[in-house]
Design a protein around this ligand. Structure first.
Ligand code: SF4
Length: 345
């Protein structure tokens, strides 16, 4: 989707290469090679003004300035966690705030991006869900988070996860345009295998992702394989019961030949029993998947706790011999509320 700012100028940061080529041809009468140059200035070199585009004539740069902008996000604040994770809060042009996280895990450096201001899905363990949805992010706002994060580090960002604020499948068109831009080898060129999209599973969402070209990682926020528990934790799951979610995951396995990650946030006395573990094992039968367990991170206004280590051990002990792969993921950035479920302003 194209976006105009207050002065009706379009943000070129939010255009895929094809869209940019077509826009430059129609509005500036420019030849296709100019699209290569401008795309690369914005997405590879990270320039923030047309004046820096030294291979364009002065008149072309001035003309561009009258018609278009390059989106930049204003950093409102940043918080560094003990483990090196850094959470940034960005101010958008309409005054909304979003958060993005930079997670160093040498040799990887991962950018965690938001896709919406808030979220309408209301998962009860999630701070963002408590905000409700203000609006979808535009494509330029999604990719600009990545460039803003890139500008803070000398290290190359190797991986991108769409696990920040919002449900990516609820803003699919802008997310898929952002994926096209991020993966383009004329730009920042982060390959689809290095990109993971997280979803609670909306009807048709996984199917749409499977239709995109590219081997994107898929992480499904499962949190329980017992329908009643899952509906309590993830109210939006009413729209996609577990048997249909499982079919969607199976189709993704088959279409992409890829293993899917099942995210499971362990919450004391909610989804940490052996009965829940049994249901989880049953759910994974026939799927190519790995289970990522994480421990609940506290948020304001939610009366949940992490299970004790003995309970976690028992839960894992039940899963280990029965599931293909189980990991207990270390939460990153929890001391600055940058961990899973904690983003929200
Ligand atoms: S966990 Fe994800 S889908 Fe659920 S409320 Fe939070 S941001 Fe939305």
């Amino acid at each position: 989707m194209l976006r105009n700012d207050n002065h009706e100028r379009i943000s070129l940061s939010g255009l895929t290469y094809e869209q940019l080529r077509s826009w430059l041809s129609s509005n500036m009468n420019m030849k296709p090679f100019r699209a290569n140059q401008i795309f690369s200035w914005i997405h590879q070199r990270g320039v923030t003004s047309f004046q820096e585009m030294s291979n364009l004539s002065l008149s072309a740069r001035e003309h561009l300035e009258t018609l278009a902008i390059i989106t930049t996000l204003r950093t409102d604040s940043s918080l560094s966690a003990e483990d090196g994770t850094i959470k940034y809060s960005y101010l958008l042009s309409d005054g909304s705030r979003i958060e993005s996280v930079l997670i160093p895990e040498p040799p990887r450096l991962t950018a965690c991006l938001s896709t919406q201001v808030g979220c309408r899905l209301g998962c009860i363990f999630c701070q963002t869900g408590k905000m409700g949805l203000t609006r979808d992010l535009t494509t330029d706002e999604i990719v600009s988070q990545l460039y803003q994060l890139r500008s803070t580090t000398e290290t190359r960002i190797s991986n991108v996860v769409f696990m920040g604020m919002g449900e990516p499948m609820d803003n699919f068109d802008n997310v898929s345009n952002a994926l096209s831009i991020i993966g383009d080898d004329r730009g920042i060129c982060i390959g689809s295998r290095k990109i993971t999209i997280s979803t609670v599973g909306l009807p048709g969402g996984i199917e749409k992702l499977a239709r995109l070209q590219g081997q994107y990682g898929l992480a499904v926020s499962l949190h329980s394989a017992v329908e009643k528990t899952r509906r309590m934790l993830v109210p939006a799951s009413r729209a996609l019961p577990l048997h249909r979610l499982k079919q969607d995951i199976l189709d993704y396995n088959q279409k992409k030949g890829k293993r899917v990650t099942l995210e499971y946030c362990l919450i004391e006395n909610v989804n940490d029993s052996i009965k829940e573990a049994q249901a989880l094992v049953e759910f994974t039968k026939g799927l190519e998947c790995k289970i990522n367990l994480l421990l609940y991170n506290s948020i304001e206004g939610a009366d949940f706790s992490r299970p004790g280590s003995d309970v976690v051990e028992k839960f894992i002990g039940y899963l280990y011999p029965r599931c293909q792969a189980v990991t207990l993921r270390r939460s990153r950035g929890a001391d600055v509320s940058a961990a899973c479920g904690q983003l929200g302003t």
